[in-house]
Design a protein around this ligand. Structure first.
Ligand code: CMX
Length: 133
């Protein structure tokens, strides 16, 4: 079952510059930087009342974030992630409802969470992640 919004993923060209904005302009504290090699991204997380902001910088030219930045050069909201207590069951429910799964089985993402993505073409234009701690 989905319990809450886990995080909002935001694509940025420069993690260093974006972290400065979140810290200096919004007064948030970066919890840490983590590279997720499998997703070809470097991430920075900010805790905002239990929901997180995840900044995403591409680590290679074929990263999904690099492609997103080609189309959206200023960056922007890349995905919304919902926290599940049973990702397998929630993926099956989404598939039964006709949603296109980008990952049939979960992968391991930042903070060693199980993650899986739903295609934006089948989710009203929002790239959607389901994740489980
Ligand atoms: N949000 C909404 N729509 C998006 C999108 C996004 N983030 N990224 C692409 N799209 C749209 C495209 O604009 C395109 O729309 P049109 O057909 O109307 O032009 C459509 O989706 C399909 O685009 P595509 O060219 O076929 O597919 P891409 O090669 O751009 O791949 C996607 C898009 C979502 C399938 C791919 O990025 C993916 O598999 N993402 C999942 C993994 C991921 O994003 N990892 C990075 C984050 C990891 C992390 O958080 O740790």
């Amino acid at each position: 079952m989905i319990g809450k919004i886990d995080h909002i993923g935001i694509a940025v060209k420069s993690l260093d510059e974006a972290v400065k904005y979140y810290e200096n302009a919004l007064g948030l504290k970066c919890e840490g930087i983590e590279e997720v090699a499998d997703q070809k991204v470097k991430t920075a997380f900010f805790n905002v009342g239990g929901t997180h902001v995840e900044l995403l910088e591409p680590t290679s030219a074929d990263s999904p974030i690099a492609k997103y930045l080609e189309k959206n050069p200023r960056g922007g909201i890349h995905h919304v992630a919902f926290n599940s207590n049973d990702i397998i069951a929630d993926l099956a429910k989404a598939k039964d409802a006709g949603v296109i799964l980008l990952n049939e089985t979960p992968k391991i993402g930042a903070h060693s969470k199980k993650i899986a993505f739903l295609h934006p073409k089948s989710t009203f234009g929002v790239l959607t992640e389901i994740c489980q701690d």
